[in-house]
Write a protein that binds this ligand. Structure first.
Ligand SMILES: *Cc1c(COP(=O)(O)O)cnc(C)c1O
Length: 411
């Protein structure tokens, strides 16, 4: 497995300062003085880059935004109050009533509900597809389609998309591609594979220790001189931002068409805590993906019903070996066959924390059907791969042998 060595120097060097306070400075202020009227005018029209008001940007958040943008080869980023806020920001900055979204994969519960219930109330329709339904996905594109949305790893169905193939469909038809890369920061580089916007829940592995809720959207540069899907009539609403801000246009588009009005802003303290986590992300990720591989193989050998693409029986095993050379994050699932068996197993384990989070320093477990998906219909659960006995496991930093021993004594 490839490790994350290329990021080890990058994060600590970017986040610390060689002069003055070494740790990032917390700009704990809602507003910022402009000094004089002319500067105020220039800050508002964007020609002077100074803080305007913390709802639309804070200096501590800006530091985190710069590092996340560099991590993903983006032109910029916007940090938000949660991962759902990042998804809402990215999506609402593009869609209007009457538009359509194509959503691919074993979607995170909150994102599924946003598309299926909340956006539907505002006249935005979403069609859902499995990662391998490439023909149906292409056939579903209409003049109203504004976004193709996918998750880098199906949570919790563990299905892996062929990102390059889906991205090629989006390029051919000129549709914006948004990728939720929460589970695979550094391992998957969505902008290099053709995505336009990446969203993260930084609550998960990026912060890594349940200390802070947060999210981020990372944006690609607009191709100012050549062809660009956002210059077509499909994205007419954005043209004024491209005209004024050029390559940066996706950022003011998101700020003015979502952040300003919905106010899903990150606090300075949240950005600070997220940066503390980010410093050790490569070390933790390397440790955890190595442990996942070891634990999955050991438990599978002992006859537990494990779902993870490192196992040869997984339908995307070849794709995993080819496209996910640094693993696919902290998750796998165990199917215990029934709710009763899953409860009995979890209640007998000693080491995991039973909670609805993932990507923590500690190993976390959750029975899916009785929690996150409890009010989903039978058909929805079937589509999302939620069976009665399904347990999601997010591996932490513990000794992997301790986890194997604990799970085997609990079965
Ligand atoms: C947790 C999660 C989200 C939502 O993030 P919050 O920070 O909880 O709002 C979105 N996508 C994925 C894949 C997640 O795991």
């Amino acid at each position: 497995m490839e490790n994350f060595e290329e990021y080890s120097s990058f994060f600590v060097q970017e986040l610390g300062s060689k002069e003055g306070p070494v740790s990032p400075v917390i700009a704990q202020s809602a507003s910022f003085g402009y000094g004089d009227c002319a500067t105020g005018e220039n800050i508002f029209d964007g020609s002077v880059k100074k803080p305007l008001y913390s709802r639309v940007g804070n200096p501590t958040g800006a530091k985190l935004e710069g590092v996340l943008a560099k991590m993903d080869d983006g032109i910029g980023a916007i940090v938000t109050s949660s991962g759902m806020a990042a998804t809402t920001l990215a999506v609402m900055s593009i869609v209007s009533a009457g538009d359509e979204i194509i959503s691919i994969g074993g979607l995170f519960g909150g994102t599924y509900a946003l598309f299926n219930e909340t956006l539907a109330r505002f006249g935005v329709t979403t069609n859902f597809f499995d990662v391998d339904a490439l023909e149906a996905i292409e056939a579903a594109i209409t003049d109203k389609t504004k976004i193709v949305y996918l998750e880098s790893v199906g949570n919790p169905n563990m299905r892996l998309p062929d990102i390059s193939a889906i991205s090629a469909i989006c390029r051919k038809h000129g549709i914006a591609l948004i990728i939720d890369n929460t589970i695979t920061p550094m391992s998957v580089k969505p902008l290099l594979l053709g995505a336009d916007i990446i969203v993260y829940s930084t609550t998960k592995i990026i912060s890594g220790n349940a200390s802070v809720l947060g999210g981020a959207a990372v944006f690609r540069a607009i191709n100012v001189d050549g062809e660009d899907k956002f210059k077509t009539s499909r994205y007419e609403d954005m043209h004024k931002f491209i005209k004024k801000m050029g390559a940066m246009a996706l950022i003011p588009n998101a700020k003015k068409r979502a952040m300003r009005d919905f106010g899903m802003s990150s606090s300075a303290f949240s950005s600070y805590l997220t940066m503390l986590g980010l410093e050790t992300l490569p070390l933790r990720m390397d440790r955890i993906v190595t442990s996942v591989d070891k634990i999955v193989k050991a438990l599978n050998k002992e006859g537990l019903n494990i779902n993870h693409p490192c196992l040869p029986a997984h339908p995307h095993h070849e794709r995993y070996l080819k496209d996910f050379k640094s693993g696919c994050g902290t998750l796998f699932t165990i199917d215990m066959g029934s709710k009763e068996a899953a409860f009995a197993f979890l209640d007998k384990t000693k080491l995991p924390t039973i909670t609805a989070n993932i990507g923590d320093s500690r190993t976390l477990c959750l029975h899916m059907a009785s929690t996150i998906y409890s009010d989903f219909s039978k058909d929805e659960k079937k589509f999302l791969g939620i069976t009665d006995g399904l347990i999601r496991v997010s591996i932490g930093l513990e000794n992997p042998q301790d986890i194997i021993d604990d799970f085997l004594q609990a079965r």
